[in-house]
Design a protein. Structure first.
Length: 238
């Protein structure tokens, strides 16, 4: 744990999934005040939103200093995004690769909109650090998860807000196995257990089927990435 955590306020884009939960722990290790923001956009796996308060309560209980640092939670309704998106993440549609080469779960502009709203909220809350779980190492191919996209957004937001906005993406260059390893390094077995039991990643919103890596259908791209990452991490520890 850093000996001198930053006194600045950080705002974590927190969905209730594995990646954003690891990012939340990463932020709680580095900033003395951490707030969270979630987005309701008509996502098919809206069960992730019901997990958010559960995760916040459990992660705060892991360490007294984390409990002291974890502050307000915010929820932003983005119904328009879901209404205009004809995707497998916002409709009951087949998850496959489209003619564009992108998966049908790609919601155009989603992360760009998330970062814009998060930056606007951060401006009002006096936070200049945004922490997000975008990753282009082990992901579904979304162009708005790429490092270049995030860097471009950081520049645009800083110019548009007329103040420095820093977007941190701790997972950008690591795969899902390394994400589990990072969680273990930050919070030990208790944080890994929290990821398995309480976070939600499955695109279909399945929380009935329990696997060694957590809950989900086990077949969608998000579940496969998580399962493969868990297996790889377990093998690395053997």
């Amino acid at each position: 744990m850093p000996l001198d955590p930053s006194p600045d306020t950080a705002l974590v884009l927190f969905s209730g999934g594995q990646d954003s939960t690891v990012c939340l722990a990463w932020a709680l290790d580095r900033f003395v005040r951490v707030e969270t923001v979630g987005f309701a956009y008509g996502q098919r796996h809206a069960v992730e939103l019901t997990q958010r308060p559960v995760i916040r309560e459990r992660i705060a209980a892991l360490r007294p200093e984390w409990a002291a640092r974890l502050r307000d939670d915010h929820m932003i309704a983005l119904d328009a995004l879901g209404a205009m998106s004809d995707t497998a993440l916002t409709r009951d549609a087949e998850i496959r690769f489209a003619e564009t080469g992108l998966p049908t779960t790609f919601v155009p502009g989603r992360n760009l909109i998330f970062l814009t709203f998060a930056a606007a909220l951060a401006y009002r809350r006096g936070a200049r650090h945004l922490i997000a779980g975008m990753c282009e190492t082990d992901y579904s191919g979304y162009p708005d998860c790429r490092d270049d996209t995030v860097k471009a957004m950081q520049v645009a937001l800083s110019l548009g807000m007329d103040r420095r906005v820093v977007v941190h993406t701790p997972l950008m260059w690591i795969d899902k196995a390394a994400t589990f390893a990072m969680a273990d390094e930050i919070g030990g077995h208790s944080l890994v257990e929290l990821l398995v039991e309480d976070t939600h990643t499955c695109y279909l919103g399945d929380r009935e089927h329990r696997h060694e890596w957590g809950y989900g259908c086990g077949e969608c791209p998000a579940c496969r990435l998580r399962a493969d990452g868990w297996t790889k991490w377990q093998e690395q520890q053997a």
